[in-house]
Design a protein around this ligand. Structure first.
Ligand code: DX5
Ligand code: ZN
Length: 207
């Protein structure tokens, strides 16, 4: 299992990013919020960009924003492996193509109440699907129980359409809920890792 560490719950971002750099986390999960698609708002890109000087890890960017187009170019300029935005936004196809244009892998995130079958039209373009196992917007929430069925449903769909997209799960992941994500490829985990004293031990538990 690959691990993508989110630091949304971090109280000291530079320090935690430096500590994370010494672990074998596969990615740093970057949550971007515009205060519209979700209530909370993250710092502007100018500040975000400075923060990523503290890590050499590849970034897994999760745009929780109404207008992904405004953010894609900026985040494509960092050490980014994936840019993911929400299927519940407009111009999905155009924005997926824009991400590809920058040579970055693209993903679609799907909220807990959105149906998996809505992904079908986009499957040929997708490198990743991010199933939200909590309502997007903040760290530290509890894993939603319908996630396990959604993962199974998605796995079947990907086989049916011969898609190689990876399955990433985001929200409420810990040593217990990880067992409900056996068909996933990547787990995003924030508070379980960041609020502990030993990041590497928590990462080892989740793998
Ligand atoms: C939720 C974010 C998640 C969150 C994960 O809106 O997309 O990435 O930070 O944090 P935990 O693991 O604390 O749920
Ligand atoms: Zn996220």
């Amino acid at each position: 299992m690959l691990i993508s560490t989110s630091f949304l719950s971090s109280k000291n971002i530079p320090k935690d990013l430096i500590k994370l750099n010494e672990t074998n986390t596969d990615y740093i999960h970057v949550d971007v919020m515009d205060g519209k698609f979700v209530k909370n708002k993250t710092m502007p890109f100018k500040e975000m960009k400075n923060i990523y000087r503290y890590t050499s890890k590849r970034l897994d960017v999760h745009l929780m924003v109404n207008n992904p187009k405004k953010y894609i170019k900026e985040y494509a300029s960092l050490n980014t492996e994936y840019i993911t935005f929400h299927i519940e936004t407009e111009d999905v196809l155009k924005n997926l193509e824009l991400i590809k244009k920058y040579g970055i892998k693209c993903g679609l995130a799907i909220k807990p109440n959105t149906e998996i079958k809505e992904l079908v039209p986009y499957l040929p373009l997708l490198d990743m699907i991010l199933i939200m196992s909590v309502e997007p917007g903040e760290g530290g929430q509890s894993f939603l129980d319908n996630t396990e069925n959604k993962i199974t449903e998605l796995k079947t769909l990907l086989n049916e359409y011969k898609s190689n997209a990876v399955i990433n799960i985001d929200g409420g992941i810990n040593n217990i809920t990880k067992n409900k994500c056996k068909n996933a490829d990547i787990l995003v985990s924030g508070s379980y890792i960041i609020l502990s004293d030993d990041f590497q031990a928590r990462i080892d538990e989740l793998r």
